[in-house]
Ligand binder design. Sequence first.
Ligand code: GLN
Length: 488
Amino acid sequence: MNELFSLDLAQASQGLKHRAFSAHDLTLACLNRLKSTEPKIAACLTVLEEEALKQATALDQAGYDPSRPLWGLPLTIKDVFCLKGAPTTAGSKQLAHYHSAFEATVVTRLRAAGAIFLAKTNCDEFAMGSSTEFSAFGPTHNPYNLDRVPGGSSGGAAASVAARQAPGAFGTDTGGSIRQPAGLCGCVGLKPTYGRVSRYGIVAYASSFDQAGPLARTVADCGRLLAAVAGPDDRDSTVSRAPLGDYLNLEPVNPKDLVLGLPREFWTADLAPPVRDVLEEAKNLLTKAGVKFVEIDLPSLKFAVATYYVLATAEASSNLARYDGVRYGFRKSEARDLLEVYAKTRQTGLGAEARRRVLLGTFALSSGYYEAYFRKAAQVRRLIAVDVQKALESCHYIFAPVSSLSAWPLGSFLDDPLTIYQMDLMTIPLNLYGGPGLSLPAGLGSDKLPVGAQLWGRPLDEVGLLAAGSLLEKIWPPLAPPPLEDFS
Ligand code: GLN
């Protein structure tokens, strides 16, 4: 039998159901794996060892419960989700010692479904970034190459799943932060439709974009995790009341019935050679299986990065105003008056990237500039959304690279924020549109790094998206796990 830590969620669930091993056995195997890999990966900010083992024992004593779809399954969760009994830092010094008095709806629902939390994972500060290097607690390393970034901002979540610390994780995707790290670490990542999953109890970055979703090693596992958390929540009025799909039983898709749209702008873009090679091969395999491709245009795409960074920073400047050193979190108290408390607290508590975004966002919202920047960006957001919506009329799903580069060397772009922002080009348009997106491992490049491909779907069509994703996953050869000797 496989090592317990390397089982995916479906396999682990089967084993638990048939009592091939206990929840305690599985949790312990994952925790041991976590402890042996963590010195090199640094995916986790808080490890919940004692709590996790206690929970597993309690589940074992109560006995397997088929009504709980995640019974006994260990997960990690990005450190932006409030979880009682552990700090919620959002990767920031500002919240380094913050313990919430309440729990995120996602956490509550996962617990109710029987999941066990192993650890809270590293992320860029307040989920602002694409490499996890903007965490106040140091970077996470990519399990496929320890000198490379895992992507971000949910880089710890992706690295923990890739390194077999846990079979599944939760992250958030505001502008690509589930799909891009999943792509760079060779996992499957699902960004649900904006409004499919409650944002209650998640540290806010840009509230009109933020969306929680799963990372796992298979598409079906992502469906299983989505099923546990999706749906209305009285504590978040932006959650849709539209009926949920059956994310657990995906209908097989006939490849001959599937039409995928290729955005011309992405496929003519500067894709790094290993990325291009893997994706071309992945496309060829799909064509051979009968999938049809049509070229599509997204004319407003060239405005997507600028639009997103005006809107997201504007929302961030408003959301981060609460970190004033008075209400909660870090406070710099050597100050002469209240204004100096605010200034010094934010100067010390927030990292350079978070401060840059607050400044950019405050500027875009300030009197005289609001019309020129924020309002314009809000209008262009609509144009981009209409482009994506129109493109989806000529195909079932849009098929795109996740990133033009595979995982880059740590430290490469730290002094170059604009280049980092530009690298979000292939994930951001979907967040401006609001629809669901699925990132899948398309293969390993000549540089031995994973390459991700993504599908974009219509709002609330997670079922169709997951079903199409399952087909692609079956056609493509399975991704080799990261080289295990790196960890010993
Ligand atoms: N990289 C993007 C940003 O920095 C997206 C981050 C996210 O999705 N949380 O804003």
